[in-house]
Design a protein around this ligand. Structure first.
Ligand code: NAI
Ligand code: 15L
Length: 265
């Protein structure tokens, strides 16, 4: 299946740049948006529309003529609350309001493992486990998931919230041996999230088929997502790094160092 026009927010970011290329087969036109500079449109299949997610009217205009939204824009690390409030909390609200007003029926929301970051790495969680956000950033993603629930219950707008683990070219440290999501697996998960019918609001952990994982996706089985990659191929390289000390949050909590970020004043 192919969409008419797909909006990708966060298009200038690490994952946005990857998805700009990888999602091309899935939409006739990809509308790319960010507050940061983006490469110009590469052809008729791309539209570049800068926008601050905190600006409600601008987000409304951004969503005109759009068939589905991949919402990857926002602050992607722990920051002072006010920054998170504008980009992530207001920003996601603006995306859903625009979806409602323009009749857009499918959102893929880039949620994060930091909604459950305060669980110890010794626990295995499914997607119904109560959330334990590990900071303002995790709280904003948790609120985004609540917003997705609400907009489905109230307006029938469907969302797949992907609790992305660590999506980078390679796992950068020992924690990411468990949380890593390859770009290939991210792309396949996006395909499942965009095209599986009747998802309601489905939450799924975004991880590759790593050896030691903390997350269980059986409640998202209807997406049909099958990971192809595994962090195992990087084990020798990553294990050249020293083991974490016994009190290092990176080796204790699912959210790793995020649990100890801040306070900011
Ligand atoms: P990133 O920080 O590279 O990209 C985020 C983009 O959002 C940036 O280009 C930034 O300019 C843009 N942005 C920030 N504030 C904005 C605003 N007010 N208006 C418009 N655009 C704004 O992050 P990355 O790694 O590409 O992540 C993409 C999404 O996936 C984010 O929502 C992040 O929270 C989420 N995520 C990523 C993970 C990863 O491992 N890369 C893990 C978990 C979640
Ligand atoms: C995230 O949510 C961040 O956006 C990303 O930069 C990584 O820090 C990732 O989580 C992680 O937990 O490794």
């Amino acid at each position: 299946p192919t969409l008419g026009r797909l909006l990708l927010t966060g298009a200038a970011g690490g994952l946005g740049k990857v998805l700009r290329e990888k999602l091309q087969p899935y939409a006739r036109i990809i509308r790319l948006s960010d507050i940061a500079p983006m490469a110009p449109a590469a052809g008729e299949h791309e539209e570049v529309m800068p926008c601050d997610l905190a600006d409600k009217a601008a987000v409304h205009a951004l969503c005109e003529g759009v068939d589905a939204i991949a919402h990857f824009g926002g602050v992607s690390v722990e920051r002072p609350f006010e920054e998170i409030l504008d980009a992530n909390i207001r920003g996601t609200f603006h995306i859903y309001e625009a979806a409602r007003l323009h009749g857009i029926k499918r959102v893929v929301f880039a949620s994060s493992n930091h909604v459950i970051g305060f669980y110890p790495q010794s626990e295995t969680l499914d997607t119904h486990a109560p959330r334990r956000p590990d900071g303002y950033y995790g709280l904003s993603k948790s609120y985004g998931e609540d917003m997705a629930n609400f907009y489905y219950d109230r307006y029938g707008i469907e969302t797949v919230s992907i609790r992305i683990g660590s999506s980078f070219p390679e796992p950068a440290n020992r924690r990411m041996m468990s949380t890593w999501l390859s770009f290939r697996d991210l792309t396949e998960l996006m395909r499942c999230a965009l095209f599986t019918p009747a998802v309601g609001h489905t939450v799924v952990y975004g991880m590759s088929a790593n050896r030691d994982v903390w997350w269980d996706n059986h409640l998202a089985a209807h997406l049909g997502f099958q990971a192809q990659d595994s962090s195992e191929v990087f084990r020798d390289k990553v294990e050249q790094q020293p083991p974490y000390s016994a009190d290092d949050p990176a080796g204790i909590y699912q959210g790793g160092a995020f649990v100890a970020a801040g306070p900011f004043d």
